[in-house]
Write a protein that binds this ligand. Structure first.
Ligand code: SF4
Length: 362
């Protein structure tokens, strides 16, 4: 059976969750904690664009040099794509998302309550305390808005469930080389966590591990992808056609969210510990050295022969890093290539040719 047949669509998941009385939160990229919402019977459904949206709706609020993830995300709302949701969550991952949060609150003024989440940048002693307070204030606001008296024990129960699901994602990554799935199929499964409830995701992951791990080693030139997201996802099929394969990633939607488990018995502190324990990334203000070290260690661990920076056009957050990171990798003898994409455009032939040329020389 095709694994994709087991993955329900976003629409099906939303309809089924709402039919049992649950509510939906549309969540923009990318650091937040799912348990905070699940404790109130709210399902977080992430909004990464989506690709292929008519972005003229958002253009009246956004400058043309804002990235396509934000343009599509706002246009999706303005064209009615988020009418079904009950809450909107905009983490401050980058300046563009911070701007989007302000556009919602100050100009669009949607009928749904809007939450912003500020994730601490850099490394400071107060980070855990700050983020735990941020989560606690969202928790208290959700209590008021929903009228539900959710206890901290209930929140902890949801946190543990999400930690189990996360363990499953890590298992999928650690067994990736033995899982007989194309990169396209693998990332469709991993990315279904963007909207599936933890329990449904674990069911699919277990099915995958039981039925698709036949021990056959995958073939193709091993590479690592870094960037925000693998969109258009056709890039993964093209990579396979040109005999490349992804052995690990530094995608914001995937590898950068392989959070560690929190340790505290206080649920707010535990959620903060978990998020802050993620691999170094741009949205949290990691240094160039930390990111180069992280990518180098992935290259070494998974035997990759090069790194592909697959970057959304106008993503300033990533663009500040790229020249320094490419230089840092080069000094360590690791080749890399920079490819720019717009998630709303079809994959250009030029992009495929560039990728092909890179993979050929590795
Ligand atoms: S693609 Fe870059 S600029 Fe756009 S929302 Fe994501 S992090 Fe921000």
């Amino acid at each position: 059976m095709d694994i994709l047949e087991k993955i329900p669509s976003r629409r099906e998941v939303i309809e089924s969750f709402k039919s049992t009385g649950g509510k939906i939160a549309a969540v923009y990229p990318y650091h937040y904690h799912r348990a905070l919402f699940r404790a109130f019977d709210i399902l977080p459904v992430e909004v990464w664009g989506p690709p292929g949206i008519d972005t003229t709706y958002g253009s009246s609020y956004l400058q043309p040099y804002v990235c396509s993830v934000v343009h599509s995300g706002l246009s999706f709302y303005l064209s009615g794509g988020l009418d079904v949701v009950d809450f909107i969550v905009v983490p401050h991952a980058c300046d563009s998302l911070q701007g989007l949060g302000s556009v919602y609150i100050d100009f669009v003024k949607p009928k749904q309550p809007v939450f912003t989440i500020y994730i601490p940048r850099g490394r400071k002693d107060l980070d855990v305390e700050f983020l735990s307070k941020e989560f606690e204030s969202i928790f208290n606001r959700l209590k008021e808005l929903t009228g539900k008296s959710v206890t901290e024990d209930k929140l902890m129960e949801e946190i543990l469930k999400e930690e189990e699901a996360l363990k499953k994602v890590r298992e999928l990554y650690s067994k990736r080389e033995q899982i007989s799935l194309s990169d396209y199929h693998f990332y469709r499964v991993v990315r279904s966590r963007e909207y599936l409830p933890a329990e449904k995701f674990m069911e699919i992951a277990d099915h995958l591990l039981e039925n698709f791990s036949d021990g056959t080693e995958r073939e193709g030139v091993p590479v690592i992808f870094s960037g925000l997201l693998p969109e258009p996802m056709e890039i993964l099929e093209k990579l396979e056609e040109i005999d490349g394969r992804i052995v690990a990633d530094d995608f914001a939607c995937c590898g950068r969210r392989l959070y560690g488990e929190g340790k505290s018995n206080n649920p707010f502190v535990r959620m903060a510990e978990s998020i802050l324990n993620s691999p170094p990334d741009s949205s949290r203000g990691a240094t160039v050295d930390e990111r180069v070290e992280h990518l180098s260690s992935l290259v070494k661990k998974y035997g990759a022969r090069g790194v592909v920076f697959y970057i959304v056009k106008f993503c300033e957050m990533e663009l500040f890093y790229i020249p320094h990171m490419m230089r840092g990798l080069k000094e360590r003898g690791i080749p890399s290539v920079y490819i720019e994409v717009d998630i709303n455009d079809p994959l250009p032939d030029q992009t495929i040719t560039r990728l092909e040329a890179f993979v050929e020389v590795l």
